[in-house]
Design a protein around this ligand. Structure first.
Ligand code: NAD
Length: 271
């Protein structure tokens, strides 16, 4: 991953979960980082962790930003350009999971999910594009196993991640002529704070969730955030220099199970 050295990289949702682990990995490879998160404390804590890997205050920036807000999106790009003078890599990572069956999905859940997982990603990307064209940079999006496969409880979250998959392919086509690559990672179930609101600390629900047939990962375990970060780093690096509009699953083979899922009795959550 030598090619990631000095690459100016924006990570949305960089203050926790995959974003945090990806920031630490990119820091290890010597990238320059903009850690953008709605949770400033989280972003600043990750910034401090990055410094322990050898980055200095000149190499990393924490930005408080709710990317569903237009001014926040502009702030991320402006502060990145003002500090580093360029942008090489955009990692569209921030996203939420709100789970209910489509037939019972309330409008506020639809709006919150689509606003963050789809709309915010598109309009942040639009602001980043002129800078990515200038550097022949690239974009990595966070899609999911549910980008292609329907699961009853994934509801509007599944719709949002299917939209991310089409976003990746369509934007890859638009950007290819400018030398800008656009790819995505499709993680399986990875235990981060992502599931906190859904599981609400309920150990029995967690056990049921991770062992239900829907969630069985053929490799025999759940993927780790580090494995997701490795796939992101590969796609963002020159090792993937002729790869665009593509996706890498990090799901222990879960997508190969295809439609062989069993209906899950996981109780729904209206978060
Ligand atoms: N964890 C999984 O099993 C899993 C599986 C497939 C895909 N994903 C996707 O991966 C991405 C990251 O998931 P995660 O597991 O790291 O989640 P997480 O909840 O652990 O972390 C998400 C981060 O995004 C930040 N964030 C939330 N709303 C934001 C906003 N409006 N503006 C800016 N930052 C915001 C949070 O503060 C947090 O730091 C998401 O897009 C998610 O849909 C996760």
């Amino acid at each position: 991953m030598e090619s990631l050295r000095d690459k100016v990289t924006i990570i949305t949702g960089g203050g926790g979960g995959f974003g945090r682990v990806t920031a630490l990995l990119f820091a290890k490879y010597g990238a320059k980082l903009v850690i953008a998160d709605i949770n400033l404390n989280g972003a600043e804590a990750v910034l401090e962790e990055c410094k322990k890997t050898g980055l200095t205050g000149d190499d990393v920036l924490a930005v408080e930003a709710n990317i569903t807000n237009e001014d926040s999106r502009k702030k991320i790009i402006d502060e990145c350009i003002s500090k580093f003078g360029r942008l090489d890599i955009l990692i569209n990572n921030a996203g939420i999971g709100r789970f209910a069956m489509l037939s019972q999905t309330p409008e506020d859940m639809y709006d919150a999910t689509m606003d963050l997982n789809v709309k915010a990603q598109l309009y942040l990307t639009q602001l980043a594009i002129p800078h990515l064209k200038a550097t022949k940079g690239n974009i990595v999006n966070l899609a999911s196993i549910v980008s292609e496969e329907a699961m009853p409880v994934s509801g509007v979250y599944g719709i949002s991640k299917a939209a991310v998959a089409m976003f990746t392919k369509t934007m890859a086509l638009e950007m290819a002529q400018f030398g800008v690559r656009v790819n995505e990672v499709r993680p399986g179930v990875v235990m981060t704070n992502f599931y906190d609101k859904f599981l609400q600390g309920d150990a029995e629900k967690l056990q049921k969730f991770t062992t239900s047939q829907n969630m069985t990962h053929p490799i025999g375990r759940l993927p780790t955030p580090e494995e997701v970060a490795n796939a992101i780093a590969f796609l963002a690096s020159d090792l993937a220099s002729c790869t665009t509009g593509d996706s890498i699953y990090v799901d222990g083979g879960r997508h190969c199970v295809g439609s062989g899922f069993a209906y899950s009795n996981i109780s729904q959550s209206k978060q």
